[in-house]
Design a binder for this molecule. Structure first.
Ligand code: ADP
Length: 330
């Protein structure tokens, strides 16, 4: 019978009521057995407690016998039940498992294609030079895709490992953005897209990691070129603004004029392996990890990513960085 319960217990196990029997509230046989055993043996017991209403929750229950002195000099045998909410840990565990499953699946797909073509080249296409050329081309694409995936996975884990350490070097954003845009010029030409750069002439310094910033802008501009190609132009610009809390920010905007993204996808774009159209992303050599990497890099820089899109009228990805208080030379 419940003698007392604190506010946290009432919240975690809302069925528990003062003066009522605990086993009526916590109907699980595992808990009832643990409770009986703890009473019988006066030794602590553990049990798991699952609740599904209103949301799934996993708890560990520890039952510890405690002798409580009575008014008349004796002792009452009471049980102290503590609930530990393990839901967040469990979620992380599930995400980790999902991630491994997704990553293995993504790696297995090009690998299966490679093995298939090797078999064909060793067998039916052995003496067919034209088929050999074509298959080798496909194999090269698949191998490149695997390499890219592994690269992205490694970058992601590297950024995550250092997420708690803010970059301490001061870098000028302008040459970094220009270098990325110049590097993507061949892709832009191939897709018949013009990259318009609207950047200030003077340096714009932030506390940042050069390599990570290169990857960040590369992902954003490359996405605009790949998914927004039909718009024919991509604008990369920079402006100063205030964050939600009023702190000064540097914002780099990458705007395209392609098909845009439907609103229901926007909140999920930075999830690992999330793609609006898996077939399209694969066709473009995408891994589904680019925006997740962008988000992690921005987190490490204590910045944030804004995504706005009007379907049929393109998308704008904005990388926001906190402004350094006093300008420091590079
Ligand atoms: P991917 O490797 O597939 O490009 P990303 O994480 O970079 O992975 O992007 C996730 C998805 O977001 C893409 O597959 C695409 O569907 C969508 N996306 C990203 N940028 C744009 C854009 N500029 N316009 C339209 N869709 C985009």
């Amino acid at each position: 019978r419940v003698i007392h319960l604190n506010a946290a217990a009432a919240q975690l196990a809302p069925a528990l009521r003062k003066n009522e029997l605990a086993q009526f509230a916590l109907r699980s046989p595992e808990i009832i057995t643990a409770l009986r055993e703890a009473i019988a043996t006066t030794e602590p017991r553990r049990a798991t407690y699952l609740d599904h209403v209103p949301v799934d929750r996993w708890m560990e229950l520890v039952i510890t016998p405690v002798p409580v002195p009575t008014l008349f000099g004796g002792t009452d045998k009471c049980m102290l039940m503590t609930f530990h909410d393990l839901t967040p840990l469990r979620r992380v565990e599930e995400m980790r498992a999902d991630f491994v499953a997704n990553a293995s699946h993504e790696l297995r797909t090009p690998l299966a294609a490679l093995s298939g073509f090797i078999d064909t080249l060793q067998g039916p296409a052995r003496d067919d030079p034209r088929a050999r050329e074509r298959f080798l081309g496909i194999m090269h694409t698949q191998a490149t895709r695997m390499a890219r995936l592994i690269d992205d996975l490694l970058s992601l884990s590297r950024v995550e490992l250092s997420a708690h350490v803010r970059p301490d070097t001061c870098v000028d954003l302008i040459p970094i953005i220009r270098q990325v845009a110049d590097g993507l010029e061949p892709l832009a030409r191939e897709r018949q897209v013009v990259i318009e750069i609207q950047l200030p002439e003077t340096p714009v310094m932030i506390a940042g990691d050069r390599e990570e910033l290169l990857r960040l802008f590369e992902n954003l501009i490359e996405n605009a070129l790949k998914y927004g190609a039909s718009g024919g132009r991509v604008i990369v610009s920079l402006k100063e603004a205030a964050s939600g809390e009023g702190a000064p920010e540097i914002r780099v905007l990458v705007r395209d004029f392609g098909p845009g993204i439907a609103p229901e996808h926007l909140p999920r774009l930075t999830e690992r392996f999330y793609r609006v159209d898996v077939g399209d992303s694969r066709l473009q050599g995408g891994t589904g990890l680019g925006l997740s990497l962008v988000k992690h890099i921005l987190n490490r820089h204590r910045g944030r990513l804004l995504i706005e899109s009007v379907p049929k009228n393109g998308a704008t990805f904005t990388a926001c960085f906190p402004q350094v208080k006093t300008p420091v030379a590079a």
